[in-house]
Write a protein that binds this ligand. Sequence first.
Ligand code: ASP
Length: 645
Amino acid sequence: MTERVVDVAGLPGEPLPLARPREVEAETSAARAGGPAPDWQRSDFCGTLRAADEGKVVVLDGWVQRIRDHGQLVFLDLRDRTGVVQVTCDASRTPEVHAVVRDLKPESVVAVRGRVRRRAPGAENPRMATGEIEVEPERLLVLAAAKTPPFPIGAHAPGEVDERLRLRHRYLDLRRPEMFAHLVLRHRFVKAARDFFDARGFLEIETPMLTRSTPEGARDFLVPSRLEPGSFYALPQSPQLFKQLLMVAGVERYVQFVRCFRDEDLRADRQPEHTQIDVEMSFVTQEDVLATMEAMMIHALGAVGRRPPGPFRRMSYREAIDRYGSDKPDLRFGLAIADLGPAAAGLPFPPFAKALGEGGSVRALVVPGGARLSRREIEGLAEEARERGASGLVWLAGGPDGWRGPLARPLAEAGDDAAARFLAALREGLAGPDGEAAGGLEGSLALLVAGPAEAASAALGHIRLRLAERLSLVPDGRDAFVWVTDFPMFEWNEEESRWDAKHHPFTAPHEEDLDALLTDPGRVRAHAYDLVWNGVELGSGSLRIHRRDVQERVFRAIGLGDEEAREKFGFLLEAFEYGVPPHGGMALGLDRIAMLVAGAATIREVIAFPKSASGADPLTGAPAAVDPSQLLPLGIEVRRGAPKA
Ligand code: ASP
């Protein structure tokens, strides 16, 4: 197991403020009865002692990180949340302390009174913040003995300790400096965000946890009502309707760091509960919301040592899909998808002619340096493209001796003009929309998909990300933020043969698309936007509908009858009759932001007490059966073996 010292105090930002007990006492001026005797009053923190403290008598509290027994000398690494300091016990100077320390188990809690001294020359440890000094103990108190922990409290390589075991003993896992640093990071980010909003007149307002279903498209967690058996509260999927009601109430600027619950099918990195930075503003344009959220991100990321380059890029949903095959494009690298259009028609290659003839397109990734991929690797990519719905993927690699691949022959057989046009289109594709990659086609690899435009782009979008990994296209330390705007208002629900709201049904459609609401819903664009960081969607938002007639048409477009709309959202519609300001907002996922800042592999790493990937909590055993006597007053009976939905 590698030992790595993580200096929490070394996180960017202010030093971790830990008020000393005496200061706390001075503040509260309440004398503590029955506390430790004054000479055991903690005076300092382990991780903050330095050479300048030489000669000082200190009292430290903490956990035994490890004991190294060298006979006459026993070294105790003492850890508190600020870091680790070495306590060196010499049998010839303090035999009683020496004898006790030898028998101490790691993770026991002790208090040490001793003197700070410089380490002997050559014994310094430059990897430790406190590596120049050590503490020579005079006395030691064992405050609580510990059992041998199920895993060491040092740095773990990912996967080195089974995650279930870590979650089962999360209180031990959180003692690890890396994990504690995640808690600090989260705290600092939230604090900075909160200050940012406060300075701009936002009010932090709590909305109910026991409420009605909210239309975010996921399944609700339900809470049975005892007072009205057979009725249920829903835990909020978001405070959407309440924050809109707060705008009707005249609050104008709302923010909440709020827990939201979505009972979704488990995917690797989903949690049934997550924290959103939830915002709503009145009398604003889309631009106002974007500018506010962008400034907040730059400010709060600054508080955790990240300086994202602003202004963030903007890209319409259409462009994101066409160019990157995704509504959350990773723009840390180029490799945009090119539409070869008519240039592809010039090649004597029937699949191209067929796709174009059917109103589809021929799209390509032109990969600089890609010709070095082996035929097998390219075939592997073709297989993945097919799995993603492409009818096939053909390729053309430029080598010093000419072209290779299935398109080499059609290219050779095309007329000079047609071949030149095709190669010019590839060259344009290589340069990308911003002309970011220059150079010739030699050494590059073109991967082409023919078929319906969106399917072709989606398949290539997937391949693009695979290539970025394989060819290490993401430059170290680069960050790319992008606002994806103008999402479609609706998406087709194949299973139920109807249109669904893509964001939620309170999203405002573009004014100029209103006439298509009922006639051609697929064409309607919404004032809806996502913020994307390095290919990860951080959150969504929109301007909201504040006209009753538009709201009614949107409900109708998604097949929600007047009766049902009134039943579900009548309270909101009624509120809207009493003077509703134009408003809009968004919500950003705090867990995802913390995960990306920490460079963590999953959001579970940045949540104090997360659920496992299967939605369980190995620490408390939740979810768990309850006593039948608890179910009785709720009018609920559990049927064993009921089919899973
Ligand atoms: N309620 C939305 C969500 O949770 C965010 C918003 O539209 O403000 O995704």
